[in-house]
Design a protein around this ligand. Structure first.
Ligand SMILES: Nc1ncnc2c1ncn2[C@@H]1O[C@H](COP(=O)(O)OP(=O)(O)OP(=O)(O)O)[C@@H](O)[C@H]1O
Length: 240
């Protein structure tokens, strides 16, 4: 169970997230540009500190403003995958994959060679990130996220810089992660297509608030597409 009850003020933007949700499989965090999705992801990951409140996952407390608890990212047991996959350029692929586990002082959450095989990068382990194609690099970043993920993986718009063929290919890998490895994914996106294809549930965020939570088919019906992917309007929904 993921429990979040936090506030964060950033200049003129304020985020107030209150959530209690089970997150098996893939949970999309969906909303228009500027809604606060990335800020939410950073707070969950420990890359941005809330002004107050509490975040816990099952029994593990990530943040408790009153008790002075604020676990650093490497102690949250969370894997990350961002739009820019950011492999460490000075480490080969094997070291990049192992890094997520060792940074937290924990044993790897899986076998590096085995996971590399699942992602079709087992022949690339001695190569440097600079020598990889975009798809290979993103698959290596996915494998690294799994190896670091004791609790869940956060993905923030992981496909938005990729062309259609690569996006399709990566979605195939992403949807296999929960059934193969038993790791939940919190998937930040503004793409309805990705929500429909990948997610079992959606958290809708608008203007820094959770506007709804539930099955993709139900929630996405409440939205209508306007000019572009990034420009979607919310059409009234009960808060949950
Ligand atoms: N460090 C900061 N200082 C001030 N304002 C910030 C900061 N970081 C984010 N914001 C503001 O917070 C709001 C939410 O930003 P955020 O990046 O979380 O939205 P988002 O939903 O992820 O948007 P997008 O889909 O376009 O990436 C925006 O108005 C943004 O300008």
């Amino acid at each position: 169970m993921l429990h979040i009850d936090i506030t964060k003020r950033l200049d003129r933007f304020s985020l107030e997230i209150v959530l209690d949700i089970d997150v098996p499989g893939i949970t999309a965090v969906f909303g228009p540009s500027g809604a606060g999705k990335s800020t939410f992801a950073k707070i969950l990951a420990g890359l941005c500190t809330p002004d107050g409140g509490r975040i816990s996952f099952n029994e593990k407390v990530f943040f408790d403003g009153d008790a002075g608890v604020n676990l650093p990212p490497e102690r949250r047991g969370v894997g990350f995958l961002f739009q820019e996959h950011r492999l460490f350029p000075h480490m080969n692929v094997f070291k990049n994959l192992s890094f997520g586990c060792f940074a937290g002082g924990r044993p790897p959450c899986g076998d590096v060679a085995e996971i590399a095989k699942v992602f079709g990068i087992d022949h690339l382990l001695r190569r440097s990130p600079a020598s990889l194609s975009g798809g290979e690099s993103q698959r290596a970043a996915l494998a690294r996220a799994i190896l670091a993920a004791e609790n869940f993986i956060i993905m923030d718009e992981p496909l938005s810089s990729l062309d259609d063929a690569l996006r399709e290919n990566l979605m195939g890998y992403i949807e296999r992660i929960p059934p193969l490895f038993g790791i939940p994914i919190i998937y930040i996106t503004h793409s309805r297509e990705e929500v429909t294809r990948l997610a079992q549930r959606v958290i809708l965020i608008e203007e820094g608030r959770v506007m709804g939570c539930g099955s993709p088919s139900k929630l996405l019906k409440k939205w209508r597409r306007t000019v572009s992917h990034q420009d979607q309007k919310y059409e009234g929904m009960d808060n949950q």
